[in-house]
Design a protein around this ligand. Structure first.
Ligand code: PLP
Length: 420
């Protein structure tokens, strides 16, 4: 099972035996290896690597990654509270949010850091906390996401303060006596060191005009290949490409900028898999398709139906030692009564079907979906068709499978509903 490196057929079968399906399996080794890679990102004057927890926010995962040395990027006030509840120190948490947290004052007083992502956010922060230090997120005018759903920079993205509005930033800063000590850009730069370099140069150019900035956060978006042969960002190469620009900045402006990065996908994507059961196999005839239906789908993994994302898949026979299975092309679909619940769309086109070569499938077999650590359990079509949230299991460094989130019960699904 080369595509899902931490998971043997036996491990997948054991997980079903112990926890049922669908079940997410996460590999502690892979998480720690990725954290170590992020923490060794080349830097000129110091580094903080934050885990973008929206990728996979389960408490056990947050604790493993912060123990490994990562800090936290939280995408909402609620996410910050979730990290605090998991026992993460407030000083390690930076909030970068589209929606201003309702309890910002309480969070900041507890030690959580805030990154103002719009003029309104900066003004509001200034009103609550005049004469204090603040970080600002800037949209440097460059985007690079693979499509408009993952693009987080440039004129088509609403994230951050548009780079031409620095004069207004200065007016608000002065009005509230703020000190802008950190600057943030997250444009989803992918794997190309040249794009990272361009983004860093634009960001440094902006930081040059914000005289109190001592930390520059370049965000996450390090491309992570999930499919065999799909390239991943080389953090070492990217970091080294940026070094001279930070050194030149220091020479020119007398400021040695501390670097921050915020990988989410890079940390979690290939540390997770979904183990599902084949619940049906149907055909639409000679001019149609053969379909595998799973007991999972957009209730556990939305990426294929949302982005046309490609995930590695392996069919695991229910029992070991049967006859050799012949290759067979299938469309793999989920369990929702929803024609869009497709796990094998064409790349980048959730509207189109692309048969996947697996092997002959029988009802009761297992299907393992790899690359399912990031933005899967975190981003489900939760409770659609009233399917309860799936179980999450950690494979520890000792190879033991430990339950880290139980399956939701039917009672939990409806517990906030009221009689009327
Ligand atoms: C989502 C997000 C990240 C992480 O993005 P990945 O593509 O998962 O690495 C980092 N920083 C911010 C501000 C984000 O919103």
């Amino acid at each position: 099972m080369a595509q899902i490196h931490f998971l043997s057929d036996e491990t997948a079968r054991a997980a079903r035996e112990d926890f049922g399906t669908p079940v997410y399996l996460y590999d502690q080794h892979s998480l720690e290896d990725a954290a170590a890679a992020a923490l060794s990102f080349p830097n000129a004057y110091g580094l903080t690597a934050r885990y973008a927890m929206k990728a996979l926010p389960t408490a056990a995962i947050l604790r493993i990654l912060t123990t490994a040395g990562l800090h936290i990027d939280a995408s909402s006030g609620f996410e910050a509270e979730r990290a605090l509840a998991a026992g993460i120190a407030p000083e390690k948490i930076l909030i970068t949010a589209q929606e201003m947290p309702a309890n910002l004052e309480q969070l900041v007083k507890s030690g959580v850091e805030f990154n103002a992502c719009s003029l309104h956010q900066l003004r509001t922060f200034g009103e609550i906390f005049p004469a204090s230090e603040i970080s600002v997120r800037v949209n440097p005018g460059l985007g690079s996401g693979e499509n408009n759903r993952t693009n987080v920079g440039g004129p088509a993205a609403s994230f951050g303060i548009w780079h031409e509005l620095l004069d207004e930033v200065e007016i608000i800063r002065a009005e509230h006596g703020l000190k802008i000590t950190a600057m943030h850009t997250h444009i989803g730069s992918g794997s190309d060191p040249e794009i990272w370099k361009r983004c860093a140069r634009l960001s440094l150019g902006i930081a040059a005009r914000l005289h109190d900035v001592r930390r520059l956060n370049l965000g996450g978006g390090f491309k992570t290949g999930r499919m065999p042969g799909e390239a991943s960002a080389d953090l070492h190469e990217i970091g080294n490409a940026l070094l001279p620009d930070f050194q030149n900045f220091a020479k020119e402006h007398g400021r040695e900028l501390h670097l921050e990065i915020e990988p989410g996908t890079f940390i979690a994507a290939n540390a997770g898999a979904i183990v599902a059961t084949v619940i049906d196999v149907v055909s639409t005839g000679r001019h149609g398709y053969d379909f595998i239906k799973l007991d999972t789908g957009l209730t556990e993994i939305l990426r294929p139906s949302m982005y046309g994302a490609q995930q590695p898949m392996t069919l695991v026979p229910a029992e070991d030692g049967g006859e050799e299975r012949a290759p067979h092309d299938y469309i793999v679909v989920g369990h929702c009564c929803e024609s869009g619940d497709i796990l094998t769309p064409a790349p980048g086109d959730p509207e189109a079907l692309l048969p996947r070569t697996l092997v002959d499938a029988k009802i009761g077999d297992l299907l393992v979906i790899g690359g399912a650590g990031a933005y899967c359990a975190a981003m489900p079509a939760k409770n659609y068709n009233s399917f309860p949230e799936a179980t999450e299991v950690l494979i520890t460094n000792d190879g033991i499978q430990v339950l880290i989130r139980s399956r939701q019960t039917a009672q939990q699904m409806t517990q906030n509903e009221l009689e009327c």
